[in-house]
Design a protein around this ligand. Sequence first.
Ligand code: NAP
Length: 329
Amino acid sequence: MSSKKIVVVFGATGNQGGSVIKTLLEEPSTNSQFEVRGVTRDASKPAAVALAGKGVSFVKADLDDKSSLTHALKGAYAVFALTSWGEIMDKEREIQQGKNVADVAKEQNVQHLIWSSLPYVSKISGGKFTKVLHFDSKAIAEEYIDTIGVPATHIIPGGFYNYLLYFLKPTSPGAKSYKFCAPFPVTTKLPVFSVNEDTGKYVKAILLNREKVLGKQVYIAENHYSMIDIVKTLKEVGGLDVVAEEINDATYRKNLAAAGAPDFFIEDMSDNMKFMQSYGYFTEKQAEEGRELVSQHLETLEEWVAKAPEVAALKGLPVEGIKEGPNIY
Ligand SMILES: NC(=O)c1ccc[n+]([C@@H]2O[C@H](COP(=O)([O-])OP(=O)(O)OC[C@H]3O[C@@H](n4cnc5c(N)ncnc54)[C@H](OP(=O)(O)O)[C@@H]3O)[C@@H](O)[C@H]2O)c1
């Protein structure tokens, strides 16, 4: 029997969990002491099949089904858990999924739960922005985890680089020139990072520094960038024809509605953007503390833009390897 500690990874077939598994397998410091157990609802998914080919064992479980989690977490030393807002779009259900994994982690005596959380917007803003359901839900689950006493560390991921591209609008239908439109000043700096390359580096550092980070939040960002910075990189490195433009809240809402967002989510995102402008998502100091913990090279925006198939596709080049989308969330 293996003497390695078992790390259960939710979202194994997705961005964050996929990155965690990649790092834990590739890095000698983690591969030597941890065994990865991936969680999926469907082991026939191509991403699960590919990981199984690399020796990852999979267990079938569903965050909505608490009984399935008992089997998934049996014997686990650590758990990386996240929820998928884009799939559920329901605050109470997202909170319950977090509570389910927390309860079972406690029952199974898990030594380290790493929870993918987000800032508690209602609380931080003193009740000013109360509609950012997909942030508050994760933060409420975070509080529950701490309340019931599961040893835990919470990651607070910044925006994903690929998510930035959803702010690009063609200047006319079908055009290959774009406006980068967001409802805040073009100089407002926000934290972003490469979810696929770098989530795993943070989780690795958290696992290897358990005592230091228990009960703490770890903020994930390669850097804070403004719309001006992003557009400059998209132009100079990505070769895109793009300008930055501050739009008002009404136009932002109209764009979301045109992309098919339901009313409650338009409210959520509108409040979210106001929160971003007022509070910067999270601070540069918090991001710096996270980077100090990792002390590894993080993929820069320039590096990501240079290789991202999503950017090439915006220029009209035929490319492969783009994930299904668009996901406006
Ligand atoms: N976009 C951004 O900039 C940004 C920034 C910070 C945080 N976030 C948050 O990141 C989350 C999405 O993360 P991601 O991009 O890594 O996810 P993703 O690539 O969309 O994948 C979702 C993963 O979650 C798993 N999953 C979904 N529902 C599940 C359930 N009921 N039980 C078990 N597993 C389940 C899926 O596994 P199977 O399908 O294989 O079962 C899949 O692996 C969202 O909640 C979002 O709010 C996004």
